[in-house]
Design a protein around this ligand. Structure first.
Ligand SMILES: CC(=O)N[C@H](C=O)[C@@H](O)[C@H](O)[C@H](O)CO
Ligand SMILES: CC(=O)C(=O)O
Length: 320
């Protein structure tokens, strides 16, 4: 019976955790948020409680409630809901994995523990294996994000023989710019049906060329539609149009990166674009400044990202 689901592919939005002005989780907007992703952005997969969702800044009880709300509100609307269950405590991670299975999530993902760290591939595999075993019927994804975890074990090395150790292993979320490592993950695992999900939105086109089967990212919350157009152009082998879309997306990301871009800014941008209040982030993050939001808004407008007007071939060049 295990894994009736089809392979996770296409865009996966790393969901924001909406909060109220006093820092509590704002569950009341999650239903609207699901509809927005599906209808306005054409995004039908989500990745909950990850980096963008401030998963590691939430309590275990909050993480369970958030996961449950997304699964409930996504029912019959979303294709797949993957829950990030990584934690420093193996016990907590296992508890969250088991909970994800109980509520009917479609998969779980785990980052490397990042305080007391695994120093070898085998130790990291052992940790992941123990978490995966707590949800033996759920597809398992390793979430590789070395810049944030400080665990630099190459993904290519980790994947070597991983299914013998973790039978539920189904794919990799790769949030790093090392396309040699990413390409070799794909190249060395052609026999498997793994999902190779890229996590650096501004470089997605390069990863598609390397064999990415999908992407998980924060910008798909509000640039999902535009990115889907890039995926379609790539599918049709229209590389120059695909590149036009990637450059258009890069112009925006490059602009905000220079202003200082992270989860707080993602919350502000999503509020602006979707009209759904995402609220402030939780400490240690700080709310994005007014100046940031104003500049981002002006840029979004100049790139036509706010009106969602359909761009025709060629009109992209003009919008910078
Ligand atoms: C570190 C981080 O949060 N990475 C996100 C997902 O992996 C991306 O979606 C980035 O936010 C995006 O690529 C912009 O740099
Ligand atoms: C971007 C991403 O995948 C995350 O927020 O975890």
């Amino acid at each position: 019976m295990a894994f009736p689901k089809k392979k996770l592919q296409g865009l996966v939005a790393a969901t924001i955790t909406p909060m109220t002005e006093n820092g509590e989780i704002n569950f009341s907007v999650i239903g609207q948020y699901v509809d927005y992703l599906v209808k306005e952005q054409g995004v039908k997969n989500i990745f909950v409680n990850g980096t963008t969702g401030e998963g590691l800044s939430l309590s275990i009880s909050e993480r369970r409630q958030v996961a449950e709300e997304w699964v409930t509100k996504g029912k019959d609307k979303l294709d797949q809901v993957v829950i990030h269950v990584g934690a420093l405590s193996l016990k907590e991670s296992q508890e969250l994995a088991q909970h994800a299975a109980e509520i009917g999530a479609d998969g779980i993902a785990v980052i490397a523990p990042f305080f007391l760290k695994p120093w070898t591939k085998d130790i990291l595999i052992n940790f992941l294996k123990e978490v995966a075993a707590a949800a033996p019927a759920l597809p398992f994804y390793y979430y590789h994000i070395p810049a944030l975890t400080g665990v630099k074990i190459r993904a290519e090395e980790l994947l070597d023989g991983i299914q013998d150790k973790i039978p539920t292993f189904r794919g990799l979320k790769f949030s790093d710019t090392d396309l040699l490592d990413f390409g070799q993950c794909v190249d060395q695992n052609r026999q498997q049906q793994f999902a190779f999900l890229f996590g650096v939105d501004e470089q997605l086109l390069s990863a598609l060329v390397m064999g990415a089967t999908g992407a998980v990212g924060s910008t798909y919350n509000y640039l999902g539609k535009k990115t889907n157009q890039m995926l379609e152009a790539f599918e049709r082998k229209d590389l120059s149009l695909a590149l036009n879309y990637q450059f258009c997306i890069q112009r925006f990301i490059n602009f905000v990166v220079k202003l200082g871009f992270g989860v707080s800014q993602t919350k502000a941008i999503m509020t602006l674009v979707s009209g759904i209040p995402m609220g402030p982030p939780r400490l240690p993050l700080q709310k994005a400044s007014r100046e940031f939001t104003d500049s981002a808004e002006a840029k979004l407008k100049s790139l036509d990202f706010l009106s969602f007007a359909d761009l025709k071939d060629g009109s992209l060049e003009a919008s910078s």
